[in-house]
Design a protein around this ligand. Structure first.
Ligand code: AMP
Length: 475
């Protein structure tokens, strides 16, 4: 397999990549980087966890460096659009990390934060702009940013943009770009509206596709614990006695539920924090930082707040409440096993959640292995009337691991992108003192979010998803 050097990357970037502990390019990187360095447009079907950020950032900063582009007032040369503030921040942090040996100035803008500070950052000069569409439109309308110099336009998580109602903003933004520009579009799924958008924006793109969800699921050992609703708190406290659970993301369906579980954890002596749509951006960022740094062991989140969260070293994901959208189960468990690590996902299921479970198992096309070896096991709940979709007529409950399953505590085989060492750049975990690259973060957000689409296809492809229901849950 080619290494990063073989992809044509220059030495300062190779050093930055090496510092992150990446040895082998991920498949999406191996396919995209050479094409982007050649100046081709790229249409990528990939989701988070595949290394797609580096796939577009590395060639982008290399081209920028090689053409001696300097920061200029209000006029970014590269524009990256992301659907959520969290993702925008993380991309900004990635730019800073990957460009640590280059002189590249990056600014991140998104809604909810004071616009004047963002306007000032843009006015001070910028090369790379990472933005959510709504705030970018506001800044354009106030003439704080002009897009006529953009030569690289990246649309990340395009299908989520569609879900979240940003597609018209995206079209308007694209209309402001110069005719001659280089476009990269990444999307986890390719619904017709996104294919059409891609067609209108791109010129004979190189198409790259990876099937991450199936492989993510392979690296994650998944277990299911049946429990009465009233016993979930006790079960959580019991499960968390396991010291192997070092950094755990716990999902609830509602904001209220997230707050309640966080309070209970703290009462039970577990350092925890919650992030959801009701928390201010500052608090969300601080809580996320505490989670990354290990100050808190458990982060309790709702689906929307967790969108795009990329924290290295999440050892476990606990579905305290099963998601009512089966696709969200896949997104949730994908928060562990990042960048080639293995991880564990534990789901609590009470009797009222059996329908959700059924849908989830149908979506992932496997039965989740049931663990009954715990004091709160609700035998009556794991009833035979749960018609879970069987694969190949195997014995109940053992799923695709061929009856044996992967023993708890054993690592799954192999790392996806090669050995990453300890945890990649962790998106902002450590300071990059002395780095010339700056990435200002402007925080805050408008509340615009929706469940994403995209589900796993065990055959290796992507299943175009039904349109998402906006459940009544206040998340
Ligand atoms: P992304 O898909 O861009 O969200 O990246 C997912 C995770 O993979 C991030 O934590 C990256 O630091 C990590 N990563 C990206 N490229 C590589 C690589 N070639 N080897 C190991 N880890 C990587």
């Amino acid at each position: 397999m080619t290494d990063f050097k073989g992809l044509g990357l220059i030495e300062p970037i190779l050093r930055a990549v090496e510092k992150e502990g990446y040895t082998t390019p991920s498949p999406i990187q191996a396919k995209s980087i050479p094409a982007l360095l050649e100046g081709r447009d790229v249409l990528g079907v990939a989701q988070t966890g595949t290394g797609k950020t580096a796939a577009f950032v590395l060639p982008m900063i290399q081209r920028m460096h090689e053409s001696n582009v300097l920061p200029s007032r209000k006029t970014p040369r590269a524009l990256i659009l992301a659907p959520t503030r969290e993702l925008a921040i993380q991309i900004g942090e990635s730019v800073r990390v990957y460009a640590r040996h280059l002189n590249i100035k990056c600014t991140v803008v998104f809604g909810g934060a004071p616009i004047h500070r963002q306007a000032k950052a843009l006015g001070d000069g910028v090369q790379v702009l990472v933005a959510t569409p709504g705030r970018l439109m506001d800044l354009m309308n106030q003439d704080k940013v002009r897009l006529h110099q953009v030569d690289t336009f990246v649309l990340d998580e395009a299908d989520r943009m569609l879900d979240m109602g940003f597609i018209n903003d995206v079209r308007k933004i694209a209309a402001e770009l110069p005719k001659k520009r280089h476009v990269v579009l990444f999307s986890a799924t390719m619904p017709p509206a996104i294919s059409k958008l891609a067609e209108s924006l791109m010129d004979n793109p190189v198409r790259v596709e990876v099937a991450p969800q199936a492989t993510t699921a392979e690296r994650i050992s998944q277990t299911l614990l049946h429990v009465a609703k009233a016993k979930k708190r006790s079960l959580l406290a019991y499960v968390l006695k396991d010291e192997a659970i070092k950094r755990v993301l716990i999902f609830t369906r509602t904001k209220h539920g997230a707050d309640r579980v966080t309070r209970q954890l703290e009462q039970d002596g577990v350092r925890a924090g919650a992030i959801h749509g009701n928390k201010s951006q500052n608090i969300r960022q601080r809580t996320l930082q505490d989670f990354k740094s290990g100050k808190i062991r458990a982060l309790v989140a709702t689906d929307i707040a967790a969108r795009g969260i990329d924290v290295d070293g999440v050892t476990h994901v606990i579905n305290y409440e099963l998601p009512n959208e089966a696709d969200n189960y896949v997104h949730r468990i994908g928060r562990t096993a990042r960048g080639g690590d293995s991880g564990k996902a534990i789901a609590f299921c009470d009797p009222e959640e059996r329908d959700y479970l059924r849908n989830i198992q149908k979506t992932i096309r496997q039965d989740i292995e049931v663990t009954s070896d715990h004091p709160y096991h609700a035998e009556a709940v794991s009833l035979p009337d749960l018609p879970s979709p069987k694969q190949g007529g195997g014995g109940g409950g053992r799923g695709r691991n061929g009856g044996g399953g992967r023993p708890q505590g054993k690592k799954s085989p192999g790392k996806r992108f090669g050995d990453k060492g300890h945890g990649g750049h962790g998106h902002g975990g450590g300071g990059n003192h002395g780095a010339k690259t700056q990435c200002s973060k402007k925080s805050g957000a408008k509340k615009r979010s929706a469940p994403s689409k995209g589900g796993p296809n065990r055959a290796g492809g992507h299943t175009p998803m039904k349109s998402s229901r906006r459940g009544g849950n206040a998340i």
